[in-house]
Design a protein around this ligand. Sequence first.
Ligand code: NAG
Ligand code: NAG
Ligand code: NAG
Ligand code: NAG
Ligand code: NAG
Length: 291
Amino acid sequence: MFWFLLLLLPSTILGATCPTCPTAGLWSDWSTTEQCNTTCGGCSKITYTRTCLSTAMNCPCVGDTSRLMVCNTQACNWPRFNASSQNCCDGKTAQTIKNWVHCVPLPDNYTLACCPDEGYWSNWSGWSKVANQVAWQRTRACLSGGYNCPCKGNAVDILTTCPCTKGIGIISAANNTCEAIGNKINPYSVRIPIYMPYECKTQIVFEISSFRQQFYTTSDDNGVITGAFGYFDTTGKCTAKEFVNPVPAGALLGTGQFQNYYLQCNLNDLTWEGSIVGIAVSKVTAFAQYY
Ligand SMILES: *[C@@H]1O[C@H](CO)[C@@H](O)[C@H](O)[C@H]1NC(C)=O
Ligand SMILES: *[C@@H]1O[C@H](CO)[C@@H](O)[C@H](O)[C@H]1NC(C)=O
Ligand SMILES: *[C@@H]1O[C@H](CO)[C@@H](O)[C@H](O)[C@H]1NC(C)=O
Ligand SMILES: *[C@@H]1O[C@H](CO)[C@@H](O)[C@H](O)[C@H]1NC(C)=O
Ligand SMILES: *[C@@H]1O[C@H](CO)[C@@H](O)[C@H](O)[C@H]1NC(C)=O
């Protein structure tokens, strides 16, 4: 009956080899809530603490739970200390570890700062016009360069067309949500605003007579001429504006003339703004004159 003994044997062995405690227990990583007084060079020390992770398994830890250790061990940019060539404190030497230059020797199991793949870039600045060129640019700075952690990619971005990449659309009867002003209820969507990418402008073509539709109303008593336009802004809101006397009165006799207004690209938020018949508009995404 040896097979019977063989079956029993393994369970006996398992009981004898149940997991023992890891030597010195299981510690967490060192961490700290203290502020390091220096940003680089391993020049000052702060207290780091760690916790025993294996107490719940009845495995006590052996060793310090807190320790004074150097902080911010990434090497300082040269020159650093009073124009000397030193970039580490206290006789430490610079060495590349985990893609970032550190001052060694390091404390045991110290959590290293490391370089992100692309480095740390600042956010892009707003766009600005390059003087005397059909070009616009924005810039950013490598924030981690000072910590021996170079950035990948370009610090300057140049465009040869307007950074406002989309022109202004039209409001049609299908999507008009502006409130009517008087008898001006229909958006006239025939003239699509003209996007001018090399000048960073959008041209609004404006009817200045009632030749094609009834764009204008002349009040009987004092001869004031009124019309209306509307626009969508970047929030999707439709705003209608009444304006008076868009052009010298003589031009409103049904001659079919029109006039151009130009909206500019706001280089900070890349929206269209300007003035139409003397009325300021901003964040314009679509436009129509009303009849
Ligand atoms: C850090 O600087 C503060 C203020 O200068 C000082 O009181 C503190 O002792 C310094 N800490 C260390 C660890 O050097
Ligand atoms: C730098 O020079 C100043 C004034 O000479 C001195 O007080 C300071 O300790 C120097 N710092 C280092 C890190 O050598
Ligand atoms: C440091 O970490 C390594 C691997 O994580 C570990 O094997 C070693 O025991 C740790 N040393 C100390 C002193 O905690
Ligand atoms: C970039 O801008 C975002 C949002 O405005 C902000 O949360 C973040 O801190 C900025 N990053 C830098 C490096 O300034
Ligand atoms: C409004 O509708 C017209 C078609 O009727 C369309 O061409 C235009 O792009 C729409 N405008 C917006 C802002 O959605």
